[in-house]
Structure formats: structure tokens, C-alpha cells
Design a binder for this molecule. Structure first.
Ligand code: NDP
Length: 279
């Protein structure tokens, strides 16, 4: 019927709020488009076929979430430098000449939302990143570019933190890696980011309370879960600013929307509406 089609793909995908967010963006900007939910295949080898079927059906773009971000990256004909650095894509754009373009906005979105919640730039701040999975990797380049005074990556598996620290070094930053048994002597951090998936299982990454600067920000990438064990721990440590990943989700969606439609929606009201929706 000529209306441009978009979708989000993941597995499991039932609880996604992306259709709500893109629906609000479309309404706000007056764009005629549809946005659907696609449950991805149980085997990642079938991912490409599902994407290609959507293109044949008139699909113009797709948001990609776990566990397909690396598959989306591999499938693309063109990838942005950001996607290249993280080895993952969260946004696919299907061009008129039949090519698949991949980009990832997770890291940028996280960085932007942290600065909004902190009320100031990350420049000169002391930053502690917990976790070294896909979301943490995507954040390394924007974090280094933001110019923190100190940048430490801590992970349960130390070798993965070391890999991200090395990536940060190649990008011109000074990034230290540490394990959860070696926080002693590191002092406190203005911004502590939980990029582990521990919140999804109600667990707390073992970060000591003394790692939080009470005047700073504790940020959990998980969203729609209220006060996670990590945010609860930070609150008990007296941290002034607490935030979950809802803002990050909306910011990356706005970047994808801008890529697809050529205009970036305002995010503030959508973040507020999302918060109301999950309560
Ligand atoms: P990955 O599976 O790639 O990485 C998981 C990370 O968490 C690893 O570093 C792993 O450590 C660590 N981890 C898992 N369980 C524990 C635990 N019990 N204690 C300590 N560390 C643990 O996940 P992603 O990077 O894709 O996602 C991470 C989080 O970010 C999830 O909560 C996800 O929902 C959220 N997210 C939010 C987004 C948003 O827009 N708000 C976007 C993307 C992700 P190890 O290496 O030792 O296994």
C-alpha cells in the first residue's frame, strides 16, 4: 500500500517497547510508516533469510536486538565505522539499490543519555564501566571521545575487560582493565555504568559502595525493571543521580529514525512517556 515498513527483530522480543517509541516518533514528526515486531529464528544461520524476506515484502529498515547484533553486522554490504569498531549492528537500512547498510547507535545513545542525567559532560569525569559484552564494547569509542579523566573497565572475565581496554588505547584513550577483586586503591568514580546483564536475572555485579562518588551518577543499561539491584546498591551508597537504560533506548531509536526518515525526533517527551508506560 506504499507505506514504508520498518521492524524490530530479536529473540525473545515480546516485551519490546520499540514499536511504542517509533510510533510516538512517527506521530510527532508526521511520518507515514509502520513498525512491526519480528520474532527472529531459533538458529542464527536463518537470520539472513528472515531479513531478506522482509526486504522482499517492502521493508525499508530494521532495528536489531539480542541475540542478532553480530549477525546483522555480518549480513551487511556496507557498515559504518562505529559498527565496524563494535563488530555489531543495531540498525539496518535497506537502500533503493538493494544494499544493506549497518550502523550501531547504542554507544552514542548511552553516552548522550549519561550526560543528560549527569547534567554535564563526561569530559574530566572519572568513569567506571562494569561489563565487557556487546553493549560495553559499543560504548568504548564514544566514551574515549568524551575525554574522561579516568576510565576503568571491570568485568567478571578479566580477559574481556583487557580486550576493551586495548581497543580504547588504539582509539587514543587511556583505559584500565580490572577484575571484580581489584577495586582496592581505585578510589571513587563520578559515573558508574552497569553494562552487565546481571540486572536481567536480579543479580548485582560485585562493585563496592566505595567505588561510587555520592555526588555522581549510577546508570544501569537495563530498563523497565524499576530499581534494579545495582541501582538499589548505588542508592544505599548515597548516590545522587540514578538512571536506567530507557533514555538510551529512546536515543538510539531516534538515531535510527533519523537515518531512515531524514529527521531526528525530540526524545525528552518520549522518554517521559515510556517511564509512565512501564509504571
Ligand atoms: P552480553 O551478553 O554481550 O554481555 C553480558 C556482560 O554481563 C558480560 O560482560 C558478562 O560478564 C556480564 N555478566 C553477566 N552476568 C553477570 C553477573 N551475574 N555478574 C557480573 N557480570 C555479569 O550483554 P549485552 O552487552 O548485550 O547487554 C548488557 C545489558 O545491557 C543487558 O542488561 C541489556 O538488556 C542492556 N542493554 C540495554 C540497551 C538499551 O538501549 N537500554 C541496549 C543494549 C543492551 P562475562 O564477560 O564475565 O561473562
Amino acid at each position: 500500500d506504499g507505506i514504508d515498513r520498518y521492524a524490530v527483530i530479536g529473540r525473545p522480543i515480546r516485551h519490546t517497547v520499540s514499536p511504542l517509541v517509533h510510533g510516538l516518533f512517527a506521530e510527532q514528526t508526521g511520518q507515514a510508516m509502520t513498525y512491526e515486531v519480528i520474532e527472529g529464528p531459533s538458529s542464527s544461520s536463518e537470520f539472513a533469510a528472515v531479513v531478506r524476506a522482509f526486504i522482499v515484502d517492502g521493508g525499508k529498515g530494521m532495528n536489531v536486538t539480542a541475540p542478532f547484533k553480530a549477525d546483522a553486522f555480518s549480513l551487511a554490504d556496507e557498515v559504518s565505522e562505529r559498527a565496524w569498531l563494535s563488530g555489531a549492528a543495531n540498525t539496518l537500512t535497506f537502500t533503493a539499490d538493494g544494499r544493506i547498510h549497518a550502523d550501531t547507535y547504542d554507544g552514542l545513545a548511552l553516552c548522550r543519555d549519561i550526560e543528560v542525567n549527569l547534567g554535564q559532560s563526561l569530559a574530566g569525569r572519572r568513569l567506571l564501566l562494569l561489563g565487557a559484552g556487546g553493549a560495553a564494547r559499543a560504548a568504548i569509542a564514544p566514551f574515549v571521545a568524551a575525554g574522561p579523566a579516568e576510565f576503568v573497565v571491570a568485568n567478571r572475565t578479566l580477559s574481556k575487560a583487557a580486550e576493551l581496554a586495548e581497543l580504547g588505547g588504539r582509539l587514543g584513550g587511556t583505559v584500565r582493565a580490572c577484575g571484580y577483586d581489584s577495586f582496592d586503591g581505585l578510589g571513587s568514580f563520578d559515573v558508574v555504568v552497569n553494562a552487565t546483564s546481571a540486572s536481567l536475572t536480579g543479580e548485582l555485579p560485585p562493585v563496592p559502595m566505595r567505588s561510587f562518588d555520592p555526588a555522581g551518577l549510577a546508570y544501569d543499561l537495563a530498563y523497565g525493571r524499576g530499581l534494579t539491584p545495582f541501582l538499589h546498591h548505588a542508592q544505599a551508597a548515597g548516590v545522587a543521580h540514578l538512571a536506567d537504560g530507557a533514555g538510551m533506548l529512546v536515543e538510539q531509536a531516534a538515531d535510527a529514525f533519523a537515518r531512515w526518515r531524514g529527521l531526528r525526533p525530540r526524545t525528552e517527551t518520549v522518554i517521559a512517556e515510556l517511564a509512565a508506560h512501564s509504571n
